[in-house]
Design a protein. Structure first.
Lengths: 438, 438
């Protein structure tokens, strides 16, 4: 082999980054692989728009088959995103014996098992480091470097848009979610339709992949508890700071023997926690392995060059394997294919953690006693309570921090508290991850 | 293949950790590899001492040849450390077609090229993730996940003993280096003979390996500038805090085109830098890639289980390769073997950075002017100066922070300043890494 030919389907932002790296870092890539990596073909429905990068026009095609069927192409990079035709293209590439690299978290979260099985049967590599945490090599680390460990805990900031918004709300107390979201959209850190990010689905798709690697458990996204940041109120940001907490949208995995909690929601985190310093658009993955103890990975989780860096990392690894005559050796999710995880994902109602509970109550005698009474009836014991002055609406925020409590109890108590005449609405609940609480 | 048989030479602390992981995590290792990993033989001169772990006595031998020549053993783990007989054992294992995993940074820093060449010629894998930063999968990340990048900067805390001592001195202002060292020795965080750690050689050996991966440059340890933490004075720790700096022993790589700075010394770092929060025995690697931008890896850089976790990570990767029919595919340092780095390591006198310069001067008229005059004559321009009250010895510490200056100029000025009658000794020089200074 005197060169490694690569085809790409999807010439958007990340695709432009891939081309940029292949051009600008051609020399070091060749030094690191031993032969040149050649981009042989790029397919996209739009081959007119200027991507701000020079590409030989003869490489461009609107027909993906020109990539999928080219016998000279060893590896196909899929960057169109979404379910179809991405799924069909990837399966066809695999059937044609081509290696595959993709950044498509939505597709792999939904159709991973089918695609990974096809890759195994064909003996090809499928790389997807770019699907989680952009440029941070976290999937590879879970699958290889940290493979000796049982993963007791993973806490991860996997969505840069949410982290940017929460950081801005923390740095500018009082500013509303909507205001910061508009700002983020203006800066290009949030999509025009931001739902996928701010409602947590993007992070959930990533968590499905991480859970496959850490525990070998493959679940559909809709089996996870997912709560976004749309309802975060500036008041709760301020309260968090008073408690020396920061609010982050966390993807959490917590082991209980073979079973796991796997959930995504805004979380109060002690200001001294390694993840609390992961601000702005940055991503961070904190984990605890039974042998390796605590680790933190920090870096850019999105963006053109960081994501393309992960794509090219997979291309290079695969190129080395193909040149060495050995692709398809490392299982994509890091477990032998015929192995089935013995555990399951716990229902959110089964989890036990600490809670921040804010009740907007009318300032009448006996209200606090009624609320506390309901909590007591649901076995929720209170670590601290603080009541602030009356606000414009005439209600006072009463904030409880609970001892370890069961989610089912919190939900039921919350339901009942919300129905009290003296209470404005259902309480605001934010889960707390603080090892110092009991 | 229905099992993967491993032999181990060296049954000390890390070796015990390896046995522990193979025993306690047998099930997940098998799930992740597809077949069991069997520890077939352990060689150590001492096979009597109780390591606090149950091992079938028939596996133990005092004769390393029992490991090296066993035809059933596919992989040899070398954990005896030092140059010989480790080098001979590893080369013999390679000649016998066995894969090798080692944690031996001293050996690889000195004899890496010979050993890597032998591994390539024999077509075997040689894993050494455990040699740098313990459980943190940094070498694999540089070689694979981040392979698309030119590394513009690496700043790393690679020695837990030094970081523990500097952290303790920072947390307890006024406590001397010697006092903290004794404490660290009592807690098992420093060796009885701590020279290898505190004089920077351990970090330097690791930096040689990192530099091989980031730039393909292979230099002997003695080509690097290495300065340890033995002379760090509590006064400078206090001054650092006043400037909102923290002092860390950093291993630094900074690119200048093909050439690089590669140096190890105590460094003042802004308190907000991601590495400034890496405290105690923890290690951290901060890097800047041209495509991926900033990343931080944080975790335990030493200790029984974290280091053994890295050893087993390499064992698993190699086992997958061997089972898949192909080892020796990824070059150990990440570059094609016939490739030669075009750059060189700059001499310390060529570097340009900011400096903290403390002069102990007798409080006489005209002294400050003389010192500043010498600096000016050597083209050193001063960013700030602060003079503190007279101390016990009758001298006053005068602290300068310089604008960007050339090391050669600093050295020469320092030499001259030290010879002034009004000055007690050669100035204390601590390099500063602060992007906000010019």
């Amino acid at each position: 082999m005197n060169e490694f030919a690569v085809g790409m389907i999807g010439f958007g932002t990340i695709g432009s980054g891939v081309v940029k790296i292949l051009q600008e870092n051609r020399d070091i890539l060749e030094a690191r692989v031993g032969i040149p990596i050649r981009l042989a073909r790029i397919a996209d429905l739009d081959i007119k728009t200027d991507r701000g990068i020079r590409v030989d026009p003869s490489l461009l095609t609107t027909d993906a088959q020109q990539v999928l069927e080219d016998p000279n192409i060893s590896l196909v990079i899929e960057l169109i995103g979404g379910y179809e035709p991405a799924r069909t293209f990837i399966l066809e590439a695999i059937r044609n014996g081509k290696q595959v690299v993709t950044a498509n978290k939505a597709l792999l979260a939904a159709h991973g098992p089918e695609i990974f099985r096809a890759a195994r049967d064909a003996g090809v590599d499928i790389g997807f480091e770019a699907a989680v945490a952009g440029g941070i090599p976290i999937l590879r680390s879970l699958r290889e470097g940290l493979v000796a460990n049982r993963f007791e805990k993973v806490m991860a900031i996997l969505n840069g848009t949410c982290n940017f918004i929460l950081t801005a709300m923390t740095d500018n107390p009082g500013v509303s979610f909507e205001q910061v979201l508009r700002e983020a959209q203006g800066m290009g850190y949030a999509e025009a339709d931001p739902a996928l990010d701010i409602d947590g689905l993007d992070a959930a798709q990533k968590l499905v992949l991480v859970l496959g690697l850490t525990h070998g458990i493959r679940v559909p996204v809709n089996r996870l508890y997912v709560e976004g940041i749309r309802n975060i109120d500036p008041f709760d940001i301020v309260m968090a700071r008073e408690f020396s907490y920061k609010i982050k949208l966390l993807a959490l995995i917590i082991s209980h023997g073979d079973d796991v909690e796997a959930r995504i929601h805004p979380t109060m985190l002690p200001a001294g926690h390694p993840l609390a310093g992961v601000d702005g658009v940055f991503n961070g993955i904190y984990l605890k392995g039974d042998m390796v103890d605590e680790q933190l990975f920090y870096g850019r989780g999105a963006g053109k060059e960081p994501t393309a860096s992960a794509v090219i990392g997979d291309v290079i690894e695969t190129a080395r394997n193909v040149i060495g005559g050995k692709a398809g050796v490392v299982p994509p999710l890091g477990y032998a294919q015929d192995w089935t995880a013995p555990g399951r994902v716990l229902d959110i109602r089964e989890i036990v953690t600490n809670y921040y509970v804010r009740v907007q109550a009318f300032d009448r005698p006996g209200v606090l006693s009624k609320i506390a009474g309901i909590m007591g009836e649901h076995s929720i014991s209170i670590h601290s309570v603080s009541q602030k002055g009356r606000d414009k609406s005439g209600t006072v925020p009463v904030v409880f921090v609970t001892h370890l409590s069961k989610e089912a109890d919190i939900q039921e108590a919350s339901e009942r508290i919300g129905r009290l005449d003296a209470v404005e609405d259902r309480p605001v609940i934010i889960r707390i991850e603080d090892d110092t609480l009991s």
